[in-house]
Design a protein around this ligand. Structure first.
Ligand code: HEM
Ligand code: NAG
Ligand code: NAG
Length: 331
């Protein structure tokens, strides 16, 4: 083998070794469940009580917050960069303006939690940790599992609109693309299948499922779709256009359960990226089948994968802080 071929063969190995070592040095070692035990003992109960009252008033806020955490962690690590507005001085552009980010909601809930925390424990709890805790509570409030949240993240001093446009998965991605993307963050195929179960709750707009239900040629649905489901969703799109919302899971749209996997087996997954998880005949099919039959197994693996996702580290060496307002860097 020529040196350059050896180099091209080694590069991915070295890269993944570097990524792994960053995870340990930058994530695991500094995060701990007891991080605020002395500095802000009431943090968990404050987050929980705001989430409980907001979800009681409007359940749809829970999936919105969960999605915010996913978008935060996949764009330069879990550093609350997703919460920043344009800085107004042109140092950076908000991730909120990136196309895959559109329709993100729930910012006001995080702001509300932050203002309570600034009152009880000023300048102590990061916005990134608030997102991690609020997502856990969102899932639990909709009937899903709870887990211990690792804490001690710091907030970024900039957003990255370009990364938000390129590093998030697309609803049109195939399985290969999804697996590859998740692997970049140290998440394996099993984590992908478990985390996608977040689509057990919430909604998507027609623009994201139009091609799946009309078919990429515009003539009827894709091969891997139940024709009656495709017809129902075509009617949704016809009635409401691109913004027409449909639940990911028709049976229990706001209950965090394993019905999502039953939908996939029935070929009634809403997005292409959902349906791609099932039907290729490999080990992932068995996983989908297992989750569809065993809600406990799904709940356990989802919780584990959320902890893992929550450890995606920001790039080393970036300036960090505990923001006082989640939508603005300090000063
Ligand atoms: C596997 C790749 C994924 C893709 C391609 C994807 C894509 C999408 C899209 C297109 C929407 C609908 C946005 C809209 O039309 O308004 C959505 C909604 C949502 N996503 Fe994902 N997503 C993925 C993974 C995840 C993960 C890992 C989580 C969390 C752990 C998550 C949580 C959510 C939630 C809760 C909603 C509903 C939001 C609401 O109702 O406000 N997604 N996702
Ligand atoms: C999956 O998508 C990628 C590009 O996003 C493409 O290169 C690849 O051929 C696709 N794989 C399959 C099996 O369709
Ligand atoms: C919430 C938000 O800022 N949405 C934006 C997402 O991106 C589209 C186009 O790229 C904008 O039109 C939206 O305003």
């Amino acid at each position: 083998m020529s040196p350059s071929r050896i180099a091209s063969w080694l590069a991915p190995l070295i890269l993944s070794a570097v990524l792994l070592s960053c995870t340990v040095a930058n994530g695991d070692h500094r995060l701990s469940v007891s991080y605020y035990d002395k500095s802000c003992p009431s943090v968990q109960s404050i987050v929980q009580s705001v989430m409980a009252s907001r979800v009681a008033a409007d359940q749809a806020i829970a999936p919105a917050v969960l999605r915010l955490f996913f978008h935060d962690c996949f764009v330069n690590g879990c550093d609350a960069s997703v919460l920043l507005d344009d800085d107004g001085r042109h140092f950076f552009e908000s991730e909120k303006a990136a196309e895959p980010n559109d329709s993100l909601r729930g910012f006001d809930v995080i702001d509300e939690i932050k203002s309570h925390l600034e009152h009880s424990c000023p300048a102590t709890v990061s916005c990134a940790d608030i997102l991690a805790l609020a997502s856990r509570d969102a899932v639990a409030l909709l009937g899903g599992p709870a887990w211990n949240v690792q804490l001690g993240r710091k907030d970024s001093r900039a957003a990255d609109k370009y990364a938000a446009m390129t590093e998030l998965p697309s609803p049109k991605d195939n399985l290969t693309a999804l697996v590859q993307l998740f692997e970049r963050y140290g998440l394996d195929a099993k984590d992908l299948v478990a985390l996608s179960g977040a689509h057990s709750v919430g909604t998507a707009r027609c623009l994201h499922y139009r091609e799946r239900v009309y078919g990429y040629d515009g003539q009827g649905g894709a091969d891997d779709i139940d024709p009656s489901f495709a017809e129902i969703r075509r009617q949704t799109c016809q009635a409401g256009g691109d913004d027409a919302m449909a639940p990911f899971d028709e049976q229990t749209p706001m209950r965090f359960d394993n019905a999502y996997y039953k939908d996939l087996i029935a070929r009634r997954g809403l997005l292409t990226s959902d349906q791609e998880l099932y039907g290729c005949g490999g080990p992932l099919d068995h996983l989908v089948e297992r989750y569809s039959m065993d809600g406990e197994a799904f709940a356990k693996d989802f919780a584990k994968a959320m902890v893992k996702m929550g450890k995606i580290p920001p790039p080393p060496g970036k300036p960090v802080e505990v923001r006082l307002t989640c939508s603005k860097v300090n000063y």
